[in-house]
Structures are given as structure tokens and as C-alpha cells.
Unconditional design. Structure first.
Length: 147
């Protein structure tokens, strides 16, 4: 997969020269969210990876308050994935009308995530999370723009 500006919108993911479908973009989004959920759960359970999150302000094991924040992040990430999967028609079809507008909040959140991670003082956060959030932004945009 790679990014191209040849599509009607600048963040069209492509596969073998063809724009990726909304359902495929939603699956990629869900997979990356799943990996991020596992990472945040590990932080919440005491993994010593604090340097890779929260601006790198807490090297090693996160303090209790930030472990709770990681757990809250898990819930938010799961909600974001649900909105994208519903909008793509992969689950929860009765919620699809609401997802038409909610998915734009997901796009905005991902866009802010790119900016926040790019501005992070943590080298590792920039190296790891900027590419991840860029792909999340691209995938959410593909799903949001789908008919």
C-alpha cells in the first residue's frame, strides 16, 4: 500500500494502482486500532514502554494516573474502530445512519493525532505513531468519503 494524490482526494490508499475499497480501508483501520489497543492495554498493565506514549514524559512504567488514561484510551480507540466498521458496512448496520456523521469525528481525531504525534518531544513517538496515525487518517478518510 502507498499514498497517492491521483485520486479525487489526497489521502487515497492504493493497492496495485487501484484505490482501496472502503471495506478494505476499514479493515486496515481496525487492524491498526487493534495493535494500538494491545499497546495501550500493555501500558495500563505496567509494561515499561512509557517513552513510546504520552509525549514520552514517563519513561518506563507509567504512573497510576497515566495507566488509567491508557485504559480510557482503549475505550476511545474501540469506539473509533466501531464507527469506521459500521460506516463501511462491515458490522452494526442499524447504526449506519449515525455513522455517516460520526465518521467525520474519527477523521478529525486522526488528523489531530497526526499533528500531536508529529509535535511530540518523544523521538520514538514521532517515529512509530506518526506513520500509524497517517494511515489511520487515510483509511478513515476513504471510509468517510464512501457513498
Amino acid at each position: 500500500m502507498w499514498m497517492s494524490s491521483t485520486a479525487p482526494y489526497s489521502f487515497a490508499l492504493q493497492r496495485q494502482g487501484k484505490p482501496i475499497s472502503p471495506s478494505a480501508a476499514a479493515r486496515v483501520f481496525a487492524a491498526l486500532i487493534g495493535a494500538t489497543v494491545i499497546f495501550q492495554l500493555a501500558l495500563a498493565l505496567g509494561a515499561p514502554w512509557g517513552e513510546l506514549a504520552w509525549g514520552g514524559a514517563y519513561p518506563g512504567v507509567l504512573p497510576t494516573s497515566m495507566r488509567w488514561a491508557s485504559l480510557a484510551s482503549v475505550l476511545l480507540l474501540l469506539a473509533l474502530a466501531a464507527v469506521v466498521l459500521i460506516r463501511a458496512g462491515l458490522t452494526g448496520l442499524r447504526w449506519k445512519p449515525a455513522s455517516t456523521k460520526l465518521v467525520w469525528l474519527v477523521v478529525a481525531y486522526c488528523g489531530l493525532g497526526v499533528i500531536a504525534n508529529a509535535m511530540s518531544p518523544s523521538f520514538w513517538e514521532r517515529v512509530i505513531w506518526v506513520p500509524v496515525t497517517l494511515v489511520l487518517l487515510a483509511c478513515s478518510l476513504v471510509v468517510a468519503r464512501a457513498r
